[in-house]
Design a protein around this ligand. Structure first.
Ligand code: RB5
Length: 145
């Protein structure tokens, strides 16, 4: 599995915690930046991470900003991306099961690394349930047109 990961400065520290953990699990990681705690704009990094998913280079993207809110809003403006803000493992599983999210957002200033790892794990272990959820996801896609 290939995973893209991107953050602004508010999510940088969490991104740096997650990358070696993902690699230790044998996963391929595409680091889309940012590369420091210097102030930057989260929409730029949302776009970089989402593009890796849309091009087929990554199976999904982890997006981190301070709250997770800004970068998830930005990601959800990218055609073809369904990003869920995940404050808990339960919600992380549901954004895959119900929404078939191809991006998850984490709040680096509000999510301890240990919890963030549980969240990512829960998302990766979940499967899209299809059925009535597919109908709803199709209706989300129709909103893009
Ligand atoms: C950056 O200070 C902060 O606004 C950003 O990381 C994020 O929390 C926005 O939603």
């Amino acid at each position: 599995m290939k995973i893209a990961i991107a953050s602004d400065h508010g999510g940088f520290s969490l991104k740096q915690e997650l990358i070696p953990w993902l690699k230790e699990k044998g996963l391929e990681v595409i680091d889309c930046g940012t590369d420091s705690e210097d102030s930057c704009d989260y929409p730029d990094y949302a776009k970089k991470g989402c593009d890796e998913v849309l091009s087929g280079n990554a199976d999904f993207v982890i997006l981190c900003c301070g709250t997770g809110v800004g970068i998830s809003i930005a990601a959800n403006k990218v055609h073809g991306i369904r990003c869920g803000l995940c404050p808990s493992p339960e919600i992380a599983a549901l954004v895959k099961q119900h929404n078939n999210a191809n991006a998850i957002a984490l709040g680096g200033r509000f999510t301890e690394p240990a919890l963030a790892k549980e969240i990512v794990e829960a998302y990766m272990n979940a499967e899209f349930m299809g059925g009535r959820h597919q109908t709803r996801v199709d209706k989300i896609s129709a909103l893009e047109d």
